[in-house]
Design a protein around this ligand. Structure first.
Ligand code: HPA
Ligand code: ZN
Length: 345
């Protein structure tokens, strides 16, 4: 491989095909759409303008973000709102050469405001179908439980979603991590597994490495969302590496929520070097400063030890970690090889 300039490397990062596996659709709600939906739905906002709202996006930790994130989501009321939200994300994902996206949604955030769960799922599923038909993106939904609420609420949410079972491929666990360990959700994850759903959970973002271990042991998750705090436990790192348990890492999110002071201090290079199946994702792109390509480009700019080999590895990992069949993965791998071969020529 010839040496690429940093500008050529950034172009390659943008151009390479990739899967996005950690993106909360409510976190892709841009301020402009918040204001448009607030007006359309007659929802009062405590901010005078798009600029005033954006100015409030200065977070000190996960909870300070979640407070604003749930307030933003309050404008989502109708099936059409959920369609528009997800469609706007898929258009941006297509521009970033995302070939496959498994996106999170938080039904409890909406059902608590009286929105029927079927309206949420149908609106999102409609956007997924259109993304596949018109943008050639494999678009799948993962239903997340809010971990600050009791497990009984999560169990009721899963049962309420079952009439739309065909529209989601898995369940996840998000919201306030500290004080809400994975084992709190043992029964609902067992039920999800029984239903043949994929299972993932946020762990080791703000919470300790023990939460990563209990997500694996108790919830039997197939991927860990974030997981960066595994580095505090070398035996856990070894375990994750040996089993190739994917970590869906979100660099810009980690800086915005003060998990790391700067991108230059992000420990993704160590995770990769340890042989972990690390992927790069945007988490809540409307709140954290950019979509998936922005995460790649800023991360590589901040960390000069990341080069072409790591770029290709991260894209390959995103395919390895996706919930799709081996033939589909092999097709993506071929596309990836072609893009890198062309860059080397
Ligand atoms: N962590 C936990 N919950 C979330 C996040 C996150 O990064 N984004 C949206 N809900
Ligand atoms: Zn997340």
């Amino acid at each position: 491989m010839k040496d690429l300039s940093r500008t050529e490397l950034a172009a390659l990062l943008r151009r390479m095909p990739k899967a996005e596996l950690h993106m909360h659709v409510e976190g892709s709600l841009e301020p402009e759409l918040i204001f448009r939906l607030a007006e359309r739905n007659g929802v009062a906002l405590p901010y005078a303008s798009v600029e005033a709202l954006r100015a409030a996006y200065a977070f000190t930790d996960l909870q300070s973000f979640l407070d604003i994130y749930y307030a933003g989501a309050s404008v989502l009321l109708k099936e059409a709102d959920f369609f528009e939200l997800a469609w706007a994300y898929f258009e941006r994902a297509a521009a970033d050469n995302v070939v496959h996206a498994e996106i999170f949604f938080d039904p409890q955030t909406h059902t608590a405001r009286g929105v029927p769960i079927g309206d949420v799922i149908q609106g999102l599923a409609h956007a997924c179908r259109r993304a596949h038909a018109e943008l050639r993106i494999g678009a799948k939904l993962i239903l997340c439980f809010l971990r600050h609420l009791p497990e009984e609420d999560a169990l009721a949410t899963l049962e309420a979603a079952l009439p739309w079972r065909e529209h989601f491929i898995g369940v996840g666990l998000d919201s306030s991590e500290r004080g809400h360990p994975p084992e709190k959700f043992a029964r609902v994850f067992a039920r999800a597994r029984e239903l043949g759903l994929h299972v993932v959970a946020h762990a080791g973002e703000e919470g300790p490495p023990e939460y990563i271990a209990s997500a694996l042991d108790v919830l039997q998750v197939e991927r860990i969302d974030h997981g960066v705090r595994c580095l505090e436990d070398p035996a856990l790192v070894q375990r994750l590496a040996a089993r190739r348990v994917p970590l869906t890492v979100c660099p810009l999110s980690n800086v915005k929520l003060c998990v790391y002071p700067t991108l230059a201090q992000h420990r993704l290079p160590e995770l990769l070097a340890a042989g972990l199946c690390v992927t790069v994702n945007s988490d809540d792109p409307a709140y954290f400063g950019g979509y998936v390509n922005q995460n790649f480009v800023e991360l590589f700019e901040a960390l000069p030890q990341l080069g072409v080999a790591q770029a290709k590895q991260l894209a390959a990992n995103s395919f390895e970690a996706a919930f799709v069949d081996a033939a589909t993965k092999a097709g993506w791998r071929q596309q990836l090889d072609e893009v890198f071969a062309a860059a080397a020529a």
